[in-house]
Design a protein around this ligand. Structure first.
Ligand SMILES: O=C(O)c1ccccc1N[C@@H]1O[C@H](COP(=O)(O)O)[C@@H](O)[C@H]1O
Length: 230
C-alpha cells in the first residue's frame, strides 16, 4: 500500500530556510556539516536555528567521513535527532550511535568501478549487496555526481532501483515539485529528500517547498496495490 512518503528538506542554512521548509509541512529538515560543501553550515549557526524550531519536525545532520567524536559533539550541541552519513562510512562506523542513522548510497552510470567499501555504484545489485552489510535505520539513494558527494540537483535513472533493501528507502537526487510525483509512483519510497529542487538563488523558496510537499502527498487512485519500499 502506498503511504504518504516522508519529506525531508536538506541544506537548511538560515531561519528563513527553516521557515520555508517547516511552513511547507516537511517532516524533517537537514543541516549539512559536510566540510567544503556548498550548503555547509557551522554548528553554532545551526544550533541557533534548531533552538527556535517548533516541535514535530525531525532535525537531521548530514556528514561525510567525519571523525566519530566530531559527529557526537555536533549532534549533542545541535540537538540532532538523526544522522545521515553521505560518505564512505563503513558498516562498523554506522553502528552503536545513540541516534537513528541514514546511510546514503549513490547510483549513476558514470560511477567509478566499485572497490571494496564503495558507496557509489553503476548498478543496483552491487549497491544492494553493499547495503546489506549496514545495520542502519534507512538507506538514502542519491544520484552519483563525479565532483560532489551530493546536493547537485542531478537525478539518476529510477528504473535502476531493483527492489527492497533491508531498511526503508529514501529517494534523493534532483527531485523537484515537477518530478517528485512521478518518482514516488514509480519507486514507492518511504521518503523523499530534496535540496536544490526547492531553492531559488541558493535559498529555500517557500512556494517551491510547499509545491514539493503537496506533490509528494498520497492521492486516492495512486495506490495500484504495489508494495512501497518501506
Ligand atoms: O546538499 C548538499 O550540498 C550536499 C553536500 C554533500 C553531501 C550531501 C548533500 N546533500 C544531499 O544530497 C541530496 C540530493 O541533493 P539535491 O536535491 O540533488 O540537490 C540531498 O537530499 C541531501 O541529502
Amino acid at each position: 500500500m502506498l503511504v504518504n512518503p516522508r519529506v525531508k528538506i536538506c541544506g537548511i542554512r538560515s531561519f528563513q530556510d527553516a521557515e520555508a521548509a517547516v511552513g511547507a509541512g516537511a517532516h524533517a529538515i537537514a543541516f549539512n556539516f559536510v566540510r567544503g560543501s556548498r550548503r555547509y553550515i557551522n554548528p553554532e549557526a545551526a544550533r541557533e536555528i534548531i533552538l527556535e524550531l517548533p516541535p514535530f519536525v525531525s532535525v537531521v545532520g548530514v556528514f561525510a567521513d567525519e571523525p566519530r567524536y566530531s559527529v557526537e559533539e555536533i549532534a549533542s550541541f545541535c540537538r540532532l535527532q538523526a544522522l545521515q552519513f553521505h560518505g564512505e562510512e563503513t558498516p562498523e562506523y554506522c553502528r552503536r550511535w545513540s541516534y537513528p542513522v541514514i546511510k546514503a548510497f549513490r547510483l549513476g552510470d558514470d560511477a567509478p568501478e566499485a572497490k571494496k567499501g564503495a558507496t557509489a555504484f553503476t548498478d543496483w545489485e552491487p549497491l544492494a549487496q553493499a547495503a546489506h552489510e549496514y545495520d542502519v535505520n534507512a538507506f538514502l539513494i542519491d544520484a552519483y555526481c563525479p565532483n560532489a558527494l551530493g546536493g547537485m540537483g542531478r537525478t539518476f535513472d529510477w528504473s535502476k532501483i531493483g527492489g527492497r533493501l533491508r531498511r526503508p528507502l529514501i529517494l534523493a537526487g534532483g527531485l523537484n515539485p515537477k518530478n517528485v510525483r512521478e518518482a514516488i509512483v514509480r519507486v514507492r519510497p518511504f521518503g523523499v529528500d530534496v535540496a536544490s529542487g526547492v531553492e531559488t538563488d541558493g535559498k529555500k523558496d517557500p512556494a517551491k517547498a510547499a509545491a514539493f510537499v503537496e506533490a509528494a502527498r498520497f492521492r486516492p487512485g495512486d495506490d495500484d496495490g504495489s508494495e512501497a519500499l518501506l
